[in-house]
Design a protein around this ligand. Sequence first.
Ligand SMILES: [Zn+2]
Length: 236
Amino acid sequence: MCKVCLDAGLSRRLFVRAGAGALAAAPLLGVVQAQAQPARLAETPDAALKLLVDGNARYVANKLNDRDFSATRAARTQGQKPFAAILGCADARVAPELAFDQGPGELFVVRVAGNFVTPDGLASLEFGAAVLGTKIIMVLGHSSCGAVNATVAALQKGNDLPGHIADLVRAMKPGIEPALKQTGDDLAQRAVIANVHYNVQRLQQEKPILADMVAAGKLRVVGGVYDLATGKVNLV
Ligand SMILES: [Zn+2]
């Protein structure tokens, strides 16, 4: 993450609020100055989840809030206070800000094909929680996920994939393997859900930052699956 992003996002007050888990990120404080920042929409994990659920309901109903993007642009130069972080897929059809009807500055989004935890993605989510103060992390899978389907095929057939795609599939295998041992018709959807569950558990257990914040009740990690046909995010 660039120094400009760090400078724009950090404040000592937020950092102290983040609690014990944030102590591990203490060296970051050396590069920032406290600044006035815009208000956060939710200050508890439950309130943050409600904002996501309510925003998705508006999206499903095609009744998005009206937004004047230029009106709050100046305030956003002073910092960011996102209330939620999303670990989502790179799939072009699943845009978190749209799916949850949120404006600029409200979601801290990490996207990678297959919405799984990578070292860099984990670091970003730690920064979001411990420094920016996100109250919830949602691992957001979706129906008909190409990365999940490719991993299922690789597990079943052992097929080779070109370039670095093979690395991605290899990294996703541990999360998806349990779905192949379950019975039922819809293996693809089972695999999507298994992948979400696996990465939710990973984030909940990642020490020292995320696990400590979860234990202290300052952060929740939840899973969701976006249905491409309806736009609805079902919690899983
Ligand atoms: Zn996908």
